[in-house]
Design a protein around this ligand. Sequence first.
Ligand SMILES: *[C@@H]1O[C@H](CO)[C@@H](O)[C@H](O)[C@H]1NC(C)=O
Ligand SMILES: *[C@@H]1O[C@H](CO)[C@@H](O)[C@H](O)[C@H]1NC(C)=O
Ligand SMILES: *[C@@H]1O[C@H](CO)[C@@H](O)[C@H](O)[C@H]1NC(C)=O
Ligand SMILES: *[C@@H]1O[C@H](CO)[C@@H](O)[C@H](O)[C@H]1NC(C)=O
Ligand SMILES: *[C@@H]1O[C@H](CO)[C@@H](O)[C@H](O)[C@H]1NC(C)=O
Ligand SMILES: [Ca+2]
Length: 475
Amino acid sequence: MLCQAVLLLLHCFASLTLGQYDLCKSLVSTDDGAVWEQYACQPKAQSMKDYMRVKVDPPGITCGNPPERFCTLENPYLCSDECDASNSDLAHPPQLMQDRERTGRITYWQTVTWSRYPEPLLANISLAWNKSLELTDDIAITFEYGRPTIMVLDKSMDHGRTWQSYQFYADDCLDAFNMPPKLVRDLLPANITRVICTEQFSRWVGSKNDKNVKFEVRERFAVFAGPRLLNMDSLYTRMESMKGLRDFFTFTNLRLRLLRPALGGTYVQRDNLLKYFYAISNIEVPARCKCNLHASLCLLQEGDLQCQCEHNTTGQDCQRCKKGFKAKSWKAGSYLPTPNGSPNTCAVAGAPMGGGSKCNCNQMGSVHDRCNGTGFCQCKDGATGPKCDDCFPGYYWKQGCYSNVCDEELLLCQNGGTCSQNQKCICPPEFKGVLCQQSRCEGDKACNTACTPHLLAPLLLCVLLPHLLATLTAH
Ligand SMILES: *[C@@H]1O[C@H](CO)[C@@H](O)[C@H](O)[C@H]1NC(C)=O
Ligand SMILES: *[C@@H]1O[C@H](CO)[C@@H](O)[C@H](O)[C@H]1NC(C)=O
Ligand SMILES: *[C@@H]1O[C@H](CO)[C@@H](O)[C@H](O)[C@H]1NC(C)=O
Ligand SMILES: *[C@@H]1O[C@H](CO)[C@@H](O)[C@H](O)[C@H]1NC(C)=O
Ligand SMILES: *[C@@H]1O[C@H](CO)[C@@H](O)[C@H](O)[C@H]1NC(C)=O
Ligand SMILES: [Ca+2]
């Protein structure tokens, strides 16, 4: 009961903070009148299947030209179904992977059958957006008549010029790709961006049972934000500090390489090849436009999604300063400090840029504020840059450079702790120590449950408690 109350309370806090980063600026009144206050901002997540351009390869892979009969794995001797591209009721063109099935009738793209066995039955599906996007939830591909036994998901971040593997899928990963099978939940925080082969979505379970093949985004987010994604701040903090984490979820194009269809058993039955083919009824890609935290809106313009850039930035992803606003170099907005982040607004050229001394060495980072004989600032340990106002990797800046206390690679916070700006681990209540490595209550059984009184105490102050308890008792 107490545990339920805590969970409910946590949930109440999370929903209060939802909508974080959805505002780029707001008018606030000050002694000097109303001024715009600016915040880091990002567009809402949306269903990107509405905007994707679909292409299937090779030519002629779609069934129905010429018309063809097909059977199913469940009943391979009932082969009355027909695919006919010239008859709209019997055609299965690629656009049926992204339509809205309003009538409740499942519509799907379908390939030719594997009549050319033992030549492999190969098909590529390329999805293009002409816009950088960031995944916000699982990609889900729905297969009718069974999921492929071998398949690869690829992505491109540069409009299809270069590609990389995103995830491998097979009923036998070692056999198909010479990779050991893994589950996302086996991954530790440090290697969450690793590309894995999974057997979870390729085994035969009967075509009507599980039709989906997923790329698990939620489960990866949950490693940082907790199983119900209640602690999004922790995820956003990692997005800033962990090398490659944001890029891992970023793409402009996706490609499905279908390498072997569902077999419904261990072997291919050569005497009935009409039951082997691919059919996809839906491809769900929940994502948001990547606008570098400089836009809260992303709209369709001239056929493409386009960030509506704020903070005096411009470009498809708000990746440049506007003309006349280049006083300092462009920077992406930052999720930190939470909850509002930093806008890193582009400034009007000609605005004052700090003191006027010729070399201006940073007083905290340099040995003294004057240059040496050849015009260089002389930096203290850990500091670098022409003015000694930057830190070497492994150091953080706080009025000078100090060695990292924690990071995302070697000095990982343990037991669910999160590393705050390389300076300290923020530990869950049950743990302490520089890296949260030590249990607070060794040998004390009462401490072993998550719902101890000291955790509840601050929550009891929540003004919403009476309301929540009322809803609790009502159920
Ligand atoms: C699918 O794409 C890959 C990578 O470009 C290519 O090597 C392969 O030949 C394509 N397969 C088909 C069936 O078009
Ligand atoms: C992609 O988007 C950019 C900017 O919105 C536009 O200039 C370009 O023409 C688009 N390219 C294609 C192939 O649609
Ligand atoms: C992730 O790292 C841990 C420890 O370094 C290792 O045991 C595990 O196998 C790694 N996972 C993958 C998929 O490489
Ligand atoms: C540029 O940013 C300033 C705030 O820094 C804002 O007052 C101004 O309206 C912006 N200008 C444009 C053209 O967006
Ligand atoms: C000045 O500092 C730079 C960089 O540390 C060094 O390369 C150079 O030799 C120094 N010059 C003098 C005269 O000390
Ligand atoms: Ca459909």
